[in-house]
Design a protein around this ligand. Structure first.
Ligand code: AMP
Length: 408
């Protein structure tokens, strides 16, 4: 199966060739023909499966065909709604790459930066708009954007929209779309709320399920280190002495924790930067570019800032702290081992995180191998919980389990 068999036109094939793509991924094989036939789509797939190209390629082709038949207008014809600024920029970059020869205009709009340039670009006419919900609603309110002529709507990472509390904003956006449209719905997981949302938006969709979220990429080698909270920093510094770790994306649970760890690594002369919600957009983008260009060896990130980040040849993902939501573990380690490349995922598990590790094991239906005999080994390097905790487990974890978790 190659891209030609999927019915893609010459300008897209040329762009794909310059990207070095030879084979469509499974989601692309299924989604592209369906979207080209103007069908609605319900795709359960996580980042790393090639889902961006799965919707971007047929959208470019459909809009390009319109242009060739002389049907042109300055109105926005396709809208991609995505939860984070980083994803927003990344998706726009994909449209730029795949649409290099299609002559369409695309624009990413997101919050945290001035509206000035976004408004100016909107005034010049945009075919494909990629937006985060808050900024989009803002620009609609100020009458800089009309969704009246939208023909294709993509909802990307619907489950993450739910996690981030954006569902009401998504519904507000959907209410402003024309009833007659093509809708492509993407979500890594399908909790009941997401199923209901999809049912309210889709008409007789073509359904695709690629990698269930519980399945971790087979190319990712996983390991867990039992280590006391106070020793985690020393263990990380110790591990980073090994040159095998070419590039590491290190996850912390809090912005404060990310900054603290970043400073500690910096003091050890490790090339490191942190990205999280308190950093300005330009700081985040700069750090990301430095990491992609290998000017940085380590990027410390919180989940929201790192969601969907696409870094080719990332050798290691390190969970400095385990996530509250087990699915997040799968998302995190999916940052490495992409498109068949090998990668390693290392997780630090402290005494009070054992329950979180158990939840992850349950979700991925396997036990992550334990790394024995490291210099910062915790006394009780097993999954057994403390016999008589001073406080009930939930109190020990106060504040770490969020609303979403409790709802599960
Ligand atoms: P996504 O799931 O859209 O975040 O894509 C994950 C990664 O796979 C990105 O780096 C894409 O550039 C890459 N990719 C997407 N489709 C293909 C393909 N057919 N062949 C090789 N790489 C691809």
């Amino acid at each position: 199966m190659d891209f030609k068999n999927l019915g893609l036109n010459a300008s897209l094939l040329k762009a794909l060739q310059s990207q070095g793509y030879t084979q469509p991924t499974p989601i692309q094989q299924q989604a592209i023909p369906a979207v080209l036939q103007n069908k609605d789509l319900l795709a359960c797939a996580q980042t790393g499966t090639g889902k961006t190209a799965a919707f971007a390629l047929p959208i470019i082709q459909l809009l390009h065909q319109q242009k060739e038949t002389g049907k042109t207008s300055r109105a926005i014809k396709a809208l991609v709604l995505t939860p984070t600024r980083e994803l927003d920029i990344q998706i726009e970059e994909s449209f730029k790459a795949y649409g290099a020869y299609a002559g369409l205009k695309h624009l990413a709009v997101y919050g945290g930066v001035s509206k000035f340039h976004q408004v100016r670009s909107l005034q010049q006419g945009v075919d494909i708009l990629i937006a985060t919900p808050g900024r989009l609603l803002d620009l609609i309110m100020q009458r800089h954007i009309s969704l009246q002529q939208i023909e294709i709507f993509v909802l990307d990472e619907a489950d993450r929209m739910l996690d981030m509390g954006f569902i009401t904003d998504v519904q507000k956006v959907v209410a402003k779309l024309p009833a007659k449209r093509q809708t492509l719905f993407f979500s890594a997981t399908m909790p009941p709320e997401i199923v209901r949302l999809s049912q309210s938006m889709l008409h007789n969709p073509f359904k695709i399920e690629i990698t269930p979220v519980s399945s971790t990429a087979e190319t990712v080698e996983q390991a867990v280190y039992f280590v006391e909270k106070a020793d985690k920093r020393s263990l990380l510094i110790h591990l980073l002495k090994n040159n095998e770790i070419e590039s590491a994306l290190v996850f912390t649970e809090t912005k404060f924790g990310a900054d603290k760890l970043c400073n500690a690594l910096h003091r050890e002369n490790i090339k490191v930067q942190a990205i999280h919600g308190n950093k300005s957009q330009s700081e985040r983008q700069k750090a990301l570019n430095n990491f992609k260009n290998k000017d940085l060896r380590v990027l410390v990130a919180t989940d929201i800032a790192a969601r969907g980040i696409d870094i080719e040849s990332l050798s290691h993902v390190i969970n400095f702290e385990l996530p509250n939501i087990p699915e997040t573990y799968v998302h995190r380690i999916g940052r490495t081992g992409r498109a068949g490349a090998s990668g390693k995922a290392i997780s630090f598990c402290g005494m009070e995180e054992k329950m979180l590790l158990r939840d992850i094991h349950k979700l991925i239906a396997q036990s992550i191998p334990v790394m024995q005999n490291h210099p910062f080994q915790m006394a009780d390097a097993s999954l057994s919980l403390p016999a008589r905790p001073a406080m009930p487990y939930r109190s020990l974890n106060k504040g770490r389990r969020d609303k979403t978790f409790r709802q599960r």
